[in-house]
Design a protein around this ligand. Structure first.
Ligand code: 5GP
Ligand code: ZN
Length: 135
């Protein structure tokens, strides 16, 4: 895609610090890391988000993300977040599907969930039914 920043990175038109590349996936350091080593794994082909990415491409990208998660053990890290933001409300800013692989340090303070609450009476069952209708 012509005006996509990640497509430009994959084509080498914008510099990046490349970590990994295979036939389907490309991985590079995030320009503004949560922690040092924060890596983005993307399909080489442009897809907007998880919904639009074909299953076989998702598999390839997630396999690459797992490889990178394991390799990040070479850095100071006590754990790793493997996350995907889909659509603006979920924090997606770059609309080329990407997986964040983020090394975590105990006590680094990166807020994972803003707030949580228990389900009200009957709410979990009704919610599960709605989700299952979409499967
Ligand atoms: P999103 O919020 O869309 O899930 O994440 C996009 C990520 O891309 C952000 O973490 C941001 O720092 C990173 N990013 C945006 N522009 C560039 C860039 O030009 N180069 C690199 N390496 N990362 C970028
Ligand atoms: Zn793209």
């Amino acid at each position: 895609m012509d005006d996509c920043i990640f497509c430009k990175i994959i084509r080498g038109e914008i510099p990046s610090t490349k970590i990994y590349e295979d036939g389907d996936a490309f991985a590079f350091l995030d320009i503004a890391p949560v922690n040092v080593g924060h890596t983005l794994v993307v399909p080489k082909q442009h897809f907007k988000n998880v919904y639009e990415t074909p299953d076989e491409v998702l598999q390839k990208v997630m396999t690459a993300a797992k490889k990178i998660a394991e390799a990040l053990k070479a850095l100071p890290s006590d754990g790793v977040n493997v996350t995907i933001n889909n659509d603006s409300a979920a924090g997606q800013v770059v609309f080329h599907f990407h997986v964040h692989v983020i090394p975590r340090i105990a006590g680094d303070g990166f807020p994972l969930w803003h707030s949580r609450r228990p389900y009200n009476e009957g709410e979990a069952k009704g919610t599960a039914e709605k989700i299952m209708r979409g499967l």
